[in-house]
Design a protein around this ligand. Sequence first.
Ligand code: GLU
Length: 479
Amino acid sequence: MSEVRARFAPSPTGSLHIGGARTALFNWLFARHNGGKFILRVDDTDLERSTEESMKGILDGLRWLGIDWDEGPIYQSQRIEEYRKFANKLLEEGKAYYCFCTKEELEEMRKQAEREGRPPMYTGKCRNLTKEQIVEYLRQGRKPAIRLKVPQQGKTVVHDIIRGDVEFDNSTFDDFIIMKSDNMPTYNFATVVDDYQMGITHVIRAEEHLSNTPKQILIYEALGLGIPQFAHVSMVLAPDRSKLSKRHGATSVQEFRDQGYLPEAIVNYITLLGWMPKGGEEIFDVSKSIKEFTLERVSKNPAVYDVQKLTWINGHYIRNYDLDKLTEAVIPFLKAKNLIREDFDYDYIKKIVSAVREREKTLVDIADAMSYYFTEVNEYEEKGVKKYFTKEKVVDILRKAVVILKKVEPFNKFTTEESYRKLVEELQISSGELFHPTRLAISGRTFGPGLFDIMELLGKERTIERIEKAIDFIEKMKK
Ligand code: GLU
């Protein structure tokens, strides 16, 4: 078998969303699994809707996910001459023709079809213009489009690796446009010319393009070119099985990144939108996907997007990530929350990340969970206040805690724990009566890392100060 060449061909008219990232990933996995090439092409012939910003976002998103390409990006907008050449060839061979119909004429045709209850197809009006007519129109300065002469009989069959054979009646196609009157190719035509010239062996793309594929096959046939293999990956639906859109929350890779998801978690999750390892695991490394990925095992059924599952997977990656990598990833979020500045203490941050990560599911959560190490505690969780700060003996207990903590030296999680346990025994109270209000006093919260980890991370001075401040708070509250 010749070398596998797959491609991802985004249109830079928006962000890289979950569905697009999944298409890119499947192409990439397929290429990597087969030791082939993955090519990035940019479908930017829609000059009005294509933007630099979108292009940059898509490339950044792919890089961030670790989807690297061997060739490209190849921009369609720089290849207009090529499309023109192929269109000319079809014109010369009589397989395509100039169409001089104006917008108004086409509109009239559409209305007529509507009145007669026919589908709005081009009638073939310019199919048989004479040379003289063509010369005359051109002399008048009319700008023609170019249409493919589509066989009016027979069937076109798409052999789809995922879906099997899908048949289309040629009579359902009109002589569609391959080059527009502004000299730009249509999607179907540019795609065929590019896929051919780029030596693409497998076209893996979204199911929404399945209806374009027979048209592309007709173009391949007219050009006398070999046809690549096709695989149409099913839709990604929202949890309510409607089309996934903005109203379902974050759907772009950029948004997930801003919300503190890790690239490995997203890659893991989007792989599951249509595929899973043979063993059925839900958490797996991309190297496993590369090893096992085949198109035959991609599901025909729509994938249902589930942010809770993504978040669950993200939590798993957060717990198991290399601590330095995780710390690096958290730092921008701490900066964004103004919790740290440029002169931050990396090692200190790393220790806190290590203490809090067990319970958190995103980098944003981690940054939130770290806030009281960098800011004073000015508020206490309300339900904690009700539960722990209203206890009769609480001020007494906390006062005694301050007294013994002052004596603890060195001040670390072992020595503080030891002194706290002793105090519990001395006072004949339950450990909760001491531990819970202390936690609330020094972190403002009722849950988080182990109490003595927090104490060690805050240090002696801040721990004591915060307990004293809480005592004041409780006394004022009681008045
Ligand atoms: N630019 C098209 C899209 O983004 C590419 C479709 C294809 O892969 O042929 O949907």
